[in-house]
Design a binder for this molecule. Sequence first.
Ligand code: PLP
Length: 440
Amino acid sequence: MSIIKLLSKKLKRKLFTTPSHNQKPVFDKDVKSFYEIDYSEIDGFDNLANPKNSIFLAQGKVADIQNAKQTFFTTQGATTAILSAMKALIKPKDRVLVARNCHKSVFSGLILTQATVDWFIPECDENWGIYTHIDVDKLNSTLELNQYKAFILTSPTYEGVNSDISKISEICKKHGVYLIVDEAWGALYKFSKNLPKTALEQGADVSINSLHKTSGALNQCAVLNISKNIQNVEIPLFQKAINLFQTTSPSYPLLKNIEACYSFLNSKKGKKEVENLISNIQKFKKSLIKHDVEFYEGENFDPTKILLRKKGIKGTDLAKILFDKFDIEEEMSNSTYCLFVCGIGTTKAKLNYLKNALKKIPSSNYEFEKHTFQPYPMVKIQPHKTFNCEFGFVDKNNCLHKISNKTIMPYPPGIGLLYPGEAIQNWHKDYLGNDVEVII
Ligand SMILES: Cc1ncc(COP(=O)(O)O)c(C=O)c1O
């Protein structure tokens, strides 16, 4: 089907995926046809590569809201913000420590910066099959082993678990290590006391927010926040890095949407909307407990996320029933859980629809299995050296301990199980085809 045809009909499906806006503007309501406001850097308009005027002012306004030294807009998603942050702070041969549950863009950043990576394995919840927080004592001892330039982690995680960024930033400062927090999923945190403090408020050097995930903005709206910890002399490097990756024709409709998103979220109405979202989700959860629905909770959990399992039903089966019978699409499921993304745009009516569907689905007798997690990855060739490597194919039966030239990555969530340059272990075989691409 052509794209034109695909998008010609309104989709009635109830989406609990990104973008959270529900295909309707909550702010930026006067959003005209993209054509009417689609300009380039014409006379009197600003230039995202060297902002001096409207974009400069809008970025400054967001920096003030975030209490950042500087905020940069990008119309290419958190991906470009992550690449830029890494390129600005990390030089070739610098050693960096990266949480293994980082988004794939961090691996791209390792290729582009030519850094040497050590992976850090976050804590795991074997009942739910998710990575959770960063253990600060383990982090402290790891940072003592080597001189690292930066530590990169995701908080909140894709599934909604926050790490203690205050403690982590203290540890990183003690070791002279930059702390880069991929806070793509935490863009609402600044706007409610009932949400965790932002990474920047907790001492991170750099944070990245994706605005389409939970904040009701259009796809590809994201910001890069630089903390006041960063020296003035280093600031131009961020613009230089962004200019390496950013299109020279950024979309004004998207730039306007970023500005409108922050103006809304920072207004009384916007903050009330965030509170409503939190309280609607709280009520949703409360009403389902007596219907054999169990929620992943805890003080470190993002209250805007819904991670649940229904008694005796595999998460993937639950997702299929919701889809087939109720026209509901979840963000992700595994053999245990279903994950539902909520944000600005998630209405009470949509939550009620999901609630009623979950009530109607009878529980069953499947016994949830404990999940196992991948052992420490065996990095044989550093990411940047793998990019142009010569490669060939071996039979799956002969691939053990050979060096992969491929990534194994379920999407979502875009977290690699195996990256190029890593030795193939037995458990990877479940994900490989018969001909395995290996570096020779
Ligand atoms: C944790 C995390 N960081 C970064 C990204 C990339 O965001 P974007 O799609 O805005 O480039 C994603 C996308 O899912 C993500 O989950």
